[in-house]
Design a protein around this ligand. Structure first.
Ligand code: NCD
Length: 339
C-alpha cells in the first residue's frame, strides 16, 4: 500500500482513514517490542537526524530507540551544547544538519510552527516531535493506540482532559486525533488554562469546558492528565496546594468516571501534584504502555517516511521472525523514498 505522507507535522490535517492507517502500521512494531531480539535491518544505511531544540527525555530517547531498532544511524543535535548558543539561526542549523545528508529529520522546538517552517526549506521528511503549544503528533498517535488496545476502539468515547490545556500540544493532538472518531471532549482545569477559544480548536468535535473536576469526570471513558508546569503556578493566584485540592486526579475522583475508564499521562509526571501515586500506579493507568507504544508508533513513522514499503509488499517486521538464520547479506534494502 502506498501512502501520501511526506512529513508528519500535525494530526489536524489528516483524515480518520489516514490516522487509522498510521495506527495499523504501528501494530506489527508493537510485536517487536515483545521480541527478545528487537533490531531490524529495515533502515540499515539510513540516518535519522534528531534535533531537539527544547529539552526532552522520553520523546528523544523514544525516537532514538525507534531509529536504532530499525537499524538506522542517528545524528544528535544537543541544543544546550550546540551552535544555537552561539547565535546561529534555526534555518542555518538545520541546513547544516541537512548537509550531512540524513534521510529524515525529527525535531522539537519551543516555537509553534517551527517544524512546518523547517519542512518548507528541506527536501527530507520532517517529523514534528512537539512544536510550542501547537501539536505533538506522535504523542497523539501513541495515545490513541494505547486507548484502542485497552478499550478495543477509539470511536465515540468520552474523553476528559485535565490541566493546563491552553499550553498543551499534547491536548491539541489528542483532540485532533480522537475528534476525527467522534469522541466528545470535556476540558477541565483552572479557568486561565481552559479559555473559551479552546471550544473551537476542532470545529467538528464536541468540546465543552467544565471547571469542577468531579463533574468533568462523570461518565469518562478516557482521562488524560496533563503535566502541571510548576513554573506556571503562581502564588497567590494558584499555588501547587490549591491545584492539588481542586484538580488532582485521585482515587476518589476517578470513581466518577466509568469503571473501565483508562488514565493517560504523557509524562513527565509530577507525582502527587496533578495525579496521585495510587492512580498513577493503579490498574487503570496506561502510563507505561504509552511509553512502550511510543517506540512502536515512532518506528512506524520512521519506516513510512524514510523507507516506504518494500517491493514485495511484505512488512519489514517479517525480518525479525528468524533472526538466528539471518545474515547481513540476506537483507534487501527496501527503501523507496516516499514522496
Ligand atoms: C509532553 C511534551 O513535551 O509536550 N511530554 C512528552 O513529550 N512526553 C508533555 C509535557 O512536557 O508535559
Amino acid at each position: 500500500m502506498t501512502h501520501r505522507f511526506r512529513d508528519l507535522l500535525a494530526l489536524e490535517p489528516l483524515t480518520a482513514d489516514e490516522l487509522t492507517f498510521l495506527l495499523d502500521q504501528s501494530k506489527p512494531f508493537q510485536e517487536i517490542q515483545k521480541h527478545p531480539l528487537k533490531k531490524l535491518a529495515t533502515l540499515r544505511g539510513k540516518t535519522v537526524a534528531l534535533a531537539f531544540f527544547e529539552s526532552s527525555t522520553r520523546t528523544r530517547i523514544s525516537f532514538g530507540t525507534a531509529a536504532s531498532r530499525l537499524g538506522a544511524d542517528t545524528m544528535n543535535l544537543q541544543a544546550e551544547a550546540s551552535s544555537l548558543k552561539k547565535g546561529e539561526s534555526l534555518l542555518d542549523t538545520v541546513h547544516t544538519l541537512d548537509a550531512m545528508k540524513p534521510d529524515c529529520l525529527v525535531m522539537r522546538h519551543a516555537a509553534s510552527g517551527a517544524a512546518d517552517f523547517v519542512a518548507r526549506h528541506l527536501d527530507i521528511p520532517v517529523i514534528n516531535a512537539g512544536d510550542g503549544t501547537h501539536e505533538h503528533p506522535s504523542q497523539g498517535l501513541l495515545d490513541a493506540l494505547t486507548i484502542r488496545d485497552r478499550k478495543g476502539r477509539i470511536d465515540n468515547l468520552n474523553v476528559t482532559i485535565l490541566g493546563d490545556i491552553q499550553h498543551s500540544r499534547v491536548a491539541r493532538s489528542n483532540i485532533h486525533m480522537l475528534g476525527k472518531f467522534g469522541c466528545r471532549f470535556t476540558l477541565c482545569g483552572p479557568a486561565m488554562w481552559v479559555p473559551r477559544e479552546l471550544e473551537q480548536i476542532a470545529p467538528r468535535a464536541s468540546i465543552r469546558r467544565v471547571f469542577q473536576v468531579e463533574e468533568a469526570l462523570e461518565d469518562a471513558d478516557v482521562v488524560v492528565v496533563l503535566r502541571v508546569q510548576t513554573e506556571r503556578l503562581h502564588e497567590p493566584a494558584l499555588s501547587a496546594s490549591d491545584y492539588i485540592l481542586l484538580y488532582q486526579l485521585n482515587r476518589e475522583r476517578l470513581l466518577r468516571a466509568k469503571p473501565d475508564a483508562v488514565v493517560l499521562h504523557p509524562g513527565p509526571m509530577n507525582r502527587g501534584v496533578e495525579i496521585s501515586p495510587e492512580v498513577a500506579d493503579g490498574p487503570q493507568s496506561c502510563v507505561l504502555d504509552q511509553v512502550t507504544n511510543g517506540i512502536a508508533v515512532r518506528m512506524a513513522l520512521l519506516f513510512l517516511l524514510s523507507a516506504g514499503h518494500n517491493e514485495e509488499g511484505s512488512h519489514p517486521v517479517n525480518d525479525v521472525q528468524q533472526p538466528r538464520n539471518r545474515r547481513a547479506t540476506d537483507v534487501k534494502d527496501p527503501s523507496h523514498a516516499s514522496r
